[in-house]
Design a protein around this ligand. Structure first.
Ligand code: NAP
Length: 295
């Protein structure tokens, strides 16, 4: 059994969840302990932790801001995992790196007329990232795949979990706040994905690192929805009376282009770990019950 799991990004949403889940097996490395963009800091932190496996839950996640500062996004999301892959490979220990559904565009490339995709992406589908954040995450995946013999790359989607960083609330927390402050909330209805709870992702990651089935995996809650329908379900479950106005991505006007469809097929992961991640509705209900108890 793995006993020393270095958890890089230990204070992020997923990092906090994994710390709780892994308990004494986790060696938490926060931004204060490791600067992922600096190869010597990474080497020193991994040498000192002396882990038997490493999980990278670090990210530059500011999708719109990345359009203005792509170098910063690449430093964290691409060169960061590169530095970790080199440090892990030198010690012959596995690296689990977390990536995103945004490596896909949602556009169906198989027909001559451009159409929206309607079939969940498998690990064999070719990425076609649309924005700088997504390109930096794809570059990070490639470094890990190419530089580390024993790697897991785990793509997930629409993550929500414990977060205490002011101003960094996840989608669920933002909707709860807006729904209580406003009479009406506008939410995009032309992006389909599967929102995923860090609790369920952490359980899947724990099971995956116990195997030697290295490679690329898709890991999300099951099912699919739009952000608009997700918001409606949040308000229904939290009993918040607010009108939800569906709007298009063009009307919303975000700086970075996002995929119109990025549902991931998770069959490969379920085959390896022996269970399916629960439906998104069930995960959301659990999260809200927990969150309302200890906000
Ligand atoms: N959030 C989503 O909706 C979503 C969707 C799909 C995939 N993902 C992926 O899931 C993973 C976890 O995401 P998350 O939402 O848990 O992230 P998060 O809450 O934003 O946490 C990221 C952590 O990384 C740390 N960090 C940032 N830059 C760093 C650096 N240069 N060196 C060391 N640490 C650094 C941050 O510390 P400071 O705050 O102290 O800088 C923060 O604790 C990421 O790979 C992300 O791309 C997320």
């Amino acid at each position: 059994m793995l006993k020393r799991i270095a958890l890089v990004g230990a204070n992020g949403q997923l990092g906090r969840e994994l710390r709780q889940r892994l308990g004494e097996r986790a060696i938490p490395l926060s931004h204060a302990d490791i600067e992922l963009t600096d190869a010597s800091s990474v080497e020193a932190a991994i040498a000192s932790a002396s882990p038997d496996t490493v999980i990278n839950a670090v990210a530059y996640n500011l999708v719109d801001r990345a359009e203005d500062e792509p170098k910063v996004a690449f430093a964290v999301n691409a060169y960061g995992p590169r530095n970790l892959a080199i440090a892990c490979d030198a010690r012959d220990i596995p690296l689990l790196h977390v990536s995103t559904d945004y490596v896909f565009s949602g556009k169906d490339k198989t027909s001559s007329v451009e159409r929206q995709r309607s079939l969940p992406y498998t690990e064999a589908d070719r990425p076609d990232p649309l924005c700088e954040y997504a390109k930096s995450k794809r570059a990070g995946e490639r470094y890990v795949e190419n530089l580390c013999e024993r790697y897991f790359v785990v793509r997930t989607s629409g993550l929500y979990g414990p977060t205490t960083t002011p101003g960094r609330g996840n989608f669920v927390q933002t909707m709860l706040r807006l729904g209580r402050e406003q009479d009406e909330v506008s939410v995009v209805n032309d992006q389909t994905c599967c929102p995923t709870s860090t609790a369920d992702l952490a359980a899947a990651i724990e099971a995956l690192i116990a195997t030697e089935a290295y490679g690329l995996f898709h890991a999300t809650n099951s099912g699919s929805t739009t952000w608009c329908e997700f918001a409606r379900e949040i308000f229904r479950l939290a009993a918040i009376d607010v009108a939800v106005q569906p709007i298009s991505s063009a009307e919303f006007g975000a700086k970075a282009a996002r995929p119109c469809y990025s549902v991931l097929n998770t069959r490969k992961l379920a085959g390896v770990i022996g269970f399916e991640m629960p439906p998104w509705q069930e995960a959301l209900e659990r999260y809200l019950a927990d969150y309302e108890r200890k906000p």
